[in-house]
Design a protein around this ligand. Structure first.
Ligand SMILES: Cc1cc2nc3c(=O)[nH]c(=O)nc-3n(C[C@H](O)[C@H](O)[C@H](O)COP(=O)(O)OP(=O)(O)OC[C@H]3O[C@@H](n4cnc5c(N)ncnc54)[C@H](O)[C@@H]3O)c2cc1C
Length: 374
């Protein structure tokens, strides 16, 4: 590419969100380019998660997380059904083991109902035993809309559909500089190649704050600085017999959803993720967490022994809130007021970003349309 090359829309990042946006935009606009620094798509957070299609219970009503998750949930199921993407609507149980948790479970139900999550229902300890004989708890909340998905197959499908509609994707290509000349963006790849773009969509995940800074945004001043919150998983072998996803009631101070039991499409049971703020982007598993995992899991699955837990993977959440800070929503914003018309930032897309991906894509497409129309 040379500085004279020109595209209408550049999407930075080929994770699940960048690819969903590419697919959505490709159907509406011509001349779309996806730029990805790694050798292939989905090599970062989009392949290091729980693979859960969330229902939208936990997020404050009216937030983008609540809206885009509840909108994304049926869109993901419909997309999977029509494209034969492996998925399963397993349903999920959030289980309370004591009175205190029972009280917080009631608050979660209120929150879920406010978010219009379909079908939430309390289950008694007897009903719980019939549904999940290995789980021990005094009551539960059943969410029938929660499920699991093969996220790699979802991303591959988004990519193929975007490409079939004319989108180009380049790998091994890191955006290294962005300069707005008052009309268009001059983009630089790997410190060497330059091209121009009318609109830029920043879907750079863990680096989305750094990409915003490249465009000249003061990320600290704007509250865009990302904190990295690592989540570790342990596999269970032998696996407990569960047929639903089983979650504890999150503690009031919990950053994540509490160490829960998820299933994958092969029937494997994994526990996690926990939540730990880190200063370094390393995916190493700390085996020393086995005791803490065992303590957390054996509260609701007493048959799981310490020696059944085996280190699995980790993922890193791109979070806007630091330790002890209140809820922060997804940032999805055209930076017109910051002197960057046509620059769309997506920052802090942690959970439920996978579930929300088709809804985020629709929303971003509407922002891009406004930008293209001027
Ligand atoms: C532990 C954990 C569990 C989770 N569980 C769930 C779940 O069960 N359900 C759910 O809905 N969500 C879940 N999430 C959230 C979900 O995984 C993320 O929201 C989603 O994957 C984010 O996708 P993304 O495309 O924004 O980011 P990423 O997947 O990180 O993609 C960003 C891409 O941008 C590229 N990039 C960065 N900088 C540049 C640059 N300068 N130039 C070119 N390319 C660049 C990167 O290489 C990367 O490929 C979980 C997250 C974590 C960490």
């Amino acid at each position: 590419m040379t500085a004279h090359d020109h595209v209408a829309i550049t999407i930075i990042g080929a994770g699940v969100v960048g690819l969903a946006v590419a697919r959505e935009i490709a159907g509406r606009f011509h001349d779309v380019l996806v730029v990805e620094k790694n050798e292939s798509f989905g090599r970062e957070t989009s392949s290091r998660h729980s693979g859960v299609i969330h229902a939208g219970i936990y997020y404050p009503a009216g937030s983008l997380k609540a809206r885009l998750c509840t909108e994304g949930n049926p869109l993901v199921y419909e997309y999977c059904r029509t494209r034969n993407i492996p998925h399963r609507k397993t349903g999920k149980l959030i289980v309370a083991v004591d009175e205190d948790e029972g009280g917080r479970l009631r608050l979660l139900k209120i929150q879920g109902d406010e978010n219009e999550v379909p079908g939430l229902a309390f289950v008694s300890s007897r009903e719980l035993r019939a549904l999940e004989p290995d789980v021990s708890a005094r009551e539960g909340l059943f969410s029938p809309a929660t499920g699991i998905i093969d996220a790699h197959a979802l991303m591959r499908s988004y990519l193929l559909e975007a490409e079939s509609r004319g989108t180009k994707i380049v790998f091994y290509s890191r955006i290294s500089a962005i300069r707005f000349d008052g009309r268009e963006y001059e983009m630089e790849i790997n410190g060497a190649y330059r091209f121009r773009s009318q609109v830029v969509v920043n879907c750079a995940g863990l680096y989305s704050d750094a990409v915003a800074a490249l465009a000249g945004i003061d990320v600290d001043g704007e509250g865009y600085r990302l904190r990295h919150c690592k989540g570790t998983y342990f596999t269970a072998f032998p696996a407990p017999r569960i047929s639903h996803l089983v979650y504890p009631v999150p503690g009031e101070e919990d950053v994540g959803l509490g160490i829960h039991a998820t299933l994958d499409l092969g029937g494997r049971v994994r526990f996690g993720p926990d939540a730990e703020y880190v200063s370094e982007l390393s995916y190493d598993v700390d085996e020393g967490k086995r005791d803490a995992f065992h303590r957390a899991v054996s509260r609701y699955l007493p048959g799981v022994k310490r020696e059944h837990l085996h280190p699995d993977t980790t993922g890193i959440r791109p979070k806007l809130q630091g330790p002890g800070e209140p809820f922060r929503d997804f940032v999805i914003s055209v930076e017109r007021e910051r002197g960057l018309p046509g620059f769309v930032n997506l920052i802090g897309i942690d959970s439920p970003g996978l579930t929300s991906s088709p809804a985020i894509a629709r929303y971003v497409a509407s922002l891009v349309k406004e930008s293209m129309d001027g």
